[in-house]
Design a protein around this ligand. Structure first.
Ligand code: SDX
Length: 431
């Protein structure tokens, strides 16, 4: 960041405080308030962190007004169209696009860590068969912290690297095993001759009773979905991973915390909630009823897959996802998908409605992704597990950046206290 000696002046209680202003390479300036409490004895107040930069980072940049998303400077639409997920993983982790040799080495290292310790297979048996895959992922990823003592000294760059590769490599295997467990089918081992997306599809859909050929169309669509979900600046689950990791906790346990946060319907759980909403709407003629509910302050219903804390114009990932939905359904010969028609008409009607225009609400990454995933054969319960699989590289990249930052310190917010002031204990006979 550039300390261009600009300052912001805060006049408070007859005193004047000069707060340093730092400028980014792109985006809004920040006002450095780190010494505000020591100087002025006041806190800033920002529940939900709508105006707070929690860190500096070089990984992902979002311009909410332009609908721009850059990973290490590369626009998401170019990466989705020209790159592939493991190359994007390399870019997020190391900061530059790899050479052919670097990419081959990285893909080989990831491929050779895709198997899960045999002992961990027993963990799945502890869950009910109807457990949500996300519940299983939180549990199993958290349990990885018990298996890898040789990569938990996070002060050692090599152990950080090993933990990173292990998590990126094993997440699809764990997600696929969670899926297989909940549908009562045997686990399918990863194969080293398949690419990342093809391996995941095979582990999800192959059965011992017959050969399984990966459909290259589905593999490309799966890889693109992984790429579109890879990282997204300081969103709730990434901030969870950063805060958990700031205490020096085991990285596998911190990623499990990120999975837990992503599960919520306001965050990554929205892809599942959105498809369930579209199925509840069912037909185009019921759209006005649901739009009215979304606008009704008395009704807690919201259009799932709509709105975003940062994007106030459009979510560039949703645009790519919408194109992909059309392509995948056409290539799969799904010439008429009523739910896709409902989604497109819902988007059209909502965007034409002043309520959504004024509040700058429009489809986000979760609005169309579920339609593609359902067409690929996934149940809605797997949608957020797939999001978590893809976002692991984002969490890990942000974690590595934070741990390597010499300014890194434990995150410890304060509060606006509205409770009781000091009072004496009252014995029960006197209450
Ligand atoms: C993800 O942060 C990230 O980057 C997340 C993510 C990532 O890649 O990590 O992009 C992934 O989580 C995408 C978002 C998925 N969530 C949903 O689709 C759930 C539905 N959307 C909302 O709940 C909401 O839009 C949020 C949570 C996404 C954003 O909430 P904010 O920024 O806190 O906005 P808000 O709740 O203060 O809403 C502002 C206004 C409110 O009305 P008023 O109080 O001003 O009258 O807009 C309304 C809200 O009621 N509103 C909606 C709405 N979203 C916001 N009204 C109807 N339907 C909606 N979807």
């Amino acid at each position: 960041m550039t300390d261009n000696k600009k300052t912001a002046t805060l006049n408070l209680n007859g005193e004047s405080y000069e707060l340093p202003i730092f400028s980014p390479t792109t985006g809004p300036d920040v006002v450095d308030i780190r010494n505000l409490y020591a100087q002025a004895g006041v806190f800033t107040y920002d529940p939900g962190f709508t105006s707070t930069a929690s860190c500096d980072s070089t990984i992902t940049f979002i311009d909410g007004n332009k609908g721009e998303l850059l990973h290490r400077g590369y626009p998401i639409d170019q990466l989705a169209g020209k790159s592939h997920y493991l190359e994007v993983c390399y870019l997020l982790l190391y900061g530059e696009l790899p050479s052919a040799d670097q990419l081959e080495d990285f893909e080989t290292r990831v491929t050779r860590h895709t198997m899960l310790h045999e002992q961990m297979h027993n963990l799945f048996r502890g869950f009910r068969r109807d457990a949500p895959p996300m519940a299983i992922m939180v549990g199993v990823v958290g349990a990885l912290s018990a298996f890898y003592h040789d990569s938990t000294d996070i002060t050692d760059p090599w152990q950080r690297e090993v933990a990173s590769i292990r998590l990126i490599a094993k997440m699809p295997t764990i997600a696929a095993m969670a899926f297989k467990y909940t549908i009562g089918q045997p686990f399918v081992s990863p194969r080293n001759d398949l690419d990342y997306a093809s391996n995941f599809l095979r582990m999800c859909f192959a059965v011992p009773a017959e050969d399984y050929e990966v459909n290259p169309i589905l593999a490309r669509a799966m890889d693109r979905i992984f790429t579109l979900h890879a990282d997204h600046e300081q969103n709730a689950s990434t901030s969870t991973v950063r805060l958990a990791s700031s205490s020096g906790a085991n990285p596998f346990a911190c990623i499990a915390a990120g999975i837990a946060c992503l599960w919520g319907p306001a965050h990554g759980g929205a892809n599942q909630a959105c498809l369930e909403m579209l199925n509840e709407i069912g037909t185009v003629d019921r759209i006005p009823e649901f739009i009215a509910r979304a606008k009704d302050k008395e009704d807690p219903f919201r259009l799932m897959g709509f709105g975003h804390r940062v994007y106030k114009n459009f979510d560039p990932r949703a645009k790519v996802m919408k194109q992909s939905a059309d392509e995948v359904l056409e290539l799969l010969g799904v010439d008429h998908n009523p739910i896709l028609q409902v989604a497109k008409e819902l988007e059209r009607q909502a965007l034409a409605d002043p309520y959504f225009a004024e509040k700058k609400l429009f489809p986000n990454v979760d609005f169309y992704s579920g339609i593609i995933l359902e067409a690929m054969g996934f149940p809605t319960s797997m949608f957020t597990a797939i999001f978590a699989t893809a976002r692991t590289v984002g969490w890990i990249s942000q974690w590595k950046e934070m741990i390597a930052d010499p300014q890194n310190k434990i995150g410890r917010p304060r509060q606006l206290y509205l409770g009781e002031t000091t009072r004496d204990y009252v014995d029960i006979e006197n209450r």
